[in-house]
Design a protein around this ligand. Structure first.
Ligand code: CO
Length: 492
């Protein structure tokens, strides 16, 4: 290996070591850390993260990359690693340390105000701090630069191939079809009471671990623990942690959270370990990450073929609660569509209205065409207009998500894009393997996992979302495939 490239790899891995060490501390904070060490823990995480950042923007590191680009003897993958990392560094460098500090202080203030506003169920408590944060995000958009719309600069923090132009088109294609499906299949009389019987917490955790293992999560490379909000984190492709939330009066929450996070984990476990700390060893984008979780949660995990095999297993775990339940009744309950207030509890159809409303508000906030103090009013009007429901208070309205309070503007659309990519991948998997559903109905999930490994996981960041989608499916992002997937599912 070329010595200069070796230097690049070593420096990149040291940076990754610090970032993953911070991630271990973060995981511990969300799972096992005693409550009173919150403050000192935040300081420990900040020290590691800041040091990693300093090393990342070190001129010597950039210099090594610039020199490597002038060399002609790098392999294709080596060149990709250098190019992608250099691009990331140049973007990071645009923000001055003073700006980074200001952002972190403003976020911290907004986050605390959000907590208080939620507790008191009053958006106006949070509005001034949020406005300050939005103004800073507008400044950030100017710092990064953009061609068409300032919101594009923020979107691209999470999703390189996203833009207002692209998303406007995606939602314009998607929403009328979703409204039709919603009208046609929404049913309030479906029996779901058996999902809300008492399900013992310890038994539920055992069930979650069983499901994760069935999906192909290697016990020697993963853990499943409990946290307030389910999440996935990874420290390398040999150590990926998922968490779940357990509600004793609910079968669904833990089951589909575990499958969802399991899908995220399988992506991380499938990244090439020999590219550790380098772009090709890292997930490509948030929407592709989310496509993996939703692929397992919805395309596989809310499919009748899956439950043909796994409902009897669930009945073995929970005989009292489920043994009388027929597959058809179970599937109807699982796939019930109904407009609701809370995004994270929404079904596969109405979910995208929740995202669209957030997208509209973010886009206009950044463009300056609406003002922060009007968010609550606009939110409630849009829920009435698009989902036909009345929002009773801010807590179940515009205060429900953490994202804005931590400055994550541009993040929400990746959830919808993830669903669309998932449906396209599922469609392609089925055409590549016409017997896949019958395999799944025998409890064999391995062909599915190997297909994802082969087509998506192994590439890391080599291709961006759009390139990857094209490579895998021979088509760009296409919301009609998602609509067709829903129509197929709900017409059954
Ligand atoms: Co997710």
């Amino acid at each position: 290996m070329d010595s200069l490239y070796t230097e690049f790899v070593e420096q990149s891995r040291k940076i990754a070591d610090l970032q993953y060490a911070a991630a271990v501390l973060e995981w511990d904070k969300e799972t096992y850390m005693p409550a009173k060490s919150a403050e000192i823990r935040s300081q420990q995480i900040a020290t590691l993260s800041e040091t990693a950042h300093t090393w990342l923007i070190d001129p010597a590191y950039e210099n090594v990359m610039q020199q490597l680009l002038e060399q002609k003897d790098l392999s294709e993958n080596e060149l990709d690693n250098v190019k992608i990392r250099l691009k990331e560094v140049l973007r990071l460098k645009k923000k001055t340390p003073a700006f980074v500090r200001k952002m972190s202080e403003t976020v911290s203030k907004a986050y605390h105000k959000w907590i208080e506003a939620r507790r008191k169920n009053d958006f106006s408590i949070y509005a001034p701090a949020l406005e300050e944060l939005i103004n800073l995000k507008k400044e950030e958009a100017e710092i990064y630069g953009y061609e068409e719309h300032p919101y594009d600069a923020l979107l691209q923090e999470y999703e390189e191939s996203a833009s207002v132009e692209m998303l406007d088109k995606v939602f314009a294609d998607l929403l009328p079809g979703l409204s039709e499906i919603l009208e046609k299949y929404k049913n309030k009389n479906i029996d779901t009471h058996f999902l809300h019987k008492k399900y013992d917490a310890a038994k539920q955790l055992e069930w979650g671990k069983y499901l994760a293992e069935q999906m192909g999560l290697d016990k020697d490379k993963t853990r499943l623990d409990i946290s307030e909000h389910p999440f996935t984190t990874n420290f390398s492709a040999t150590d990926v942690r998922i968490t779940t939330r357990i509600d004793e009066n609910d079968f669904s929450n833990n089951t589909w959270s575990t499958i969802h996070e399991g899908g995220h984990a399988l992506y991380e476990l499938g990244l090439p370990i020999e590219e550790y700390g380098l772009p090709l060893g890292t997930f490509t984008s948030l929407s592709i990450h989310e496509s993996q979780s939703r692929f397992w949660e919805n395309c596989v995990g809310k499919n009748g073929a899956f439950w043909y095999h796994y409902l009897p297993e669930a009945q073995r775990f929970f005989p009292e609660q489920l043994s009388e339940i027929k597959l058809e009744v179970f599937m109807q309950a699982v796939n019930r569509i109904e407009p609701s207030l809370i995004r994270t509890e929404a079904d596969e159809v109405t979910y995208h209205f929740h995202i669209y409303i957030r997208y509209l508000i973010e886009k206009e906030l950044i463009a300056g065409t609406i003002s922060t103090k009007d968010i609550s009013k606009i939110w409630n009007e849009k829920y009435k207009e698009l989902l036909g429901i009345d929002v009773p208070d801010d807590k179940s309205g515009c205060l429900q998500d953490i994202h804005w309070s931590i400055g994550s503007l541009g993040y929400f659309p990746t959830y919808s894009l993830g669903s669309l990519y998932a449906a396209q991948f599922w469609d392609k998997l089925k055409s590549d393997n016409p017997n896949i559903e019958s395999e799944i109905s025998n409890g064999n999930l391995n062909t599915t996992l190997q297909w994802l490994r082969q087509n998506i996981h192994q590439y890391g960041k080599k291709y961006d979302s759009e390139q990857l989608c094209k490579k895998v499916t021979d088509s760009t992002l296409d919301s009609t495939i998602f609509l067709k997937y829903l129509e197929d599912k709900f017409s059954k």
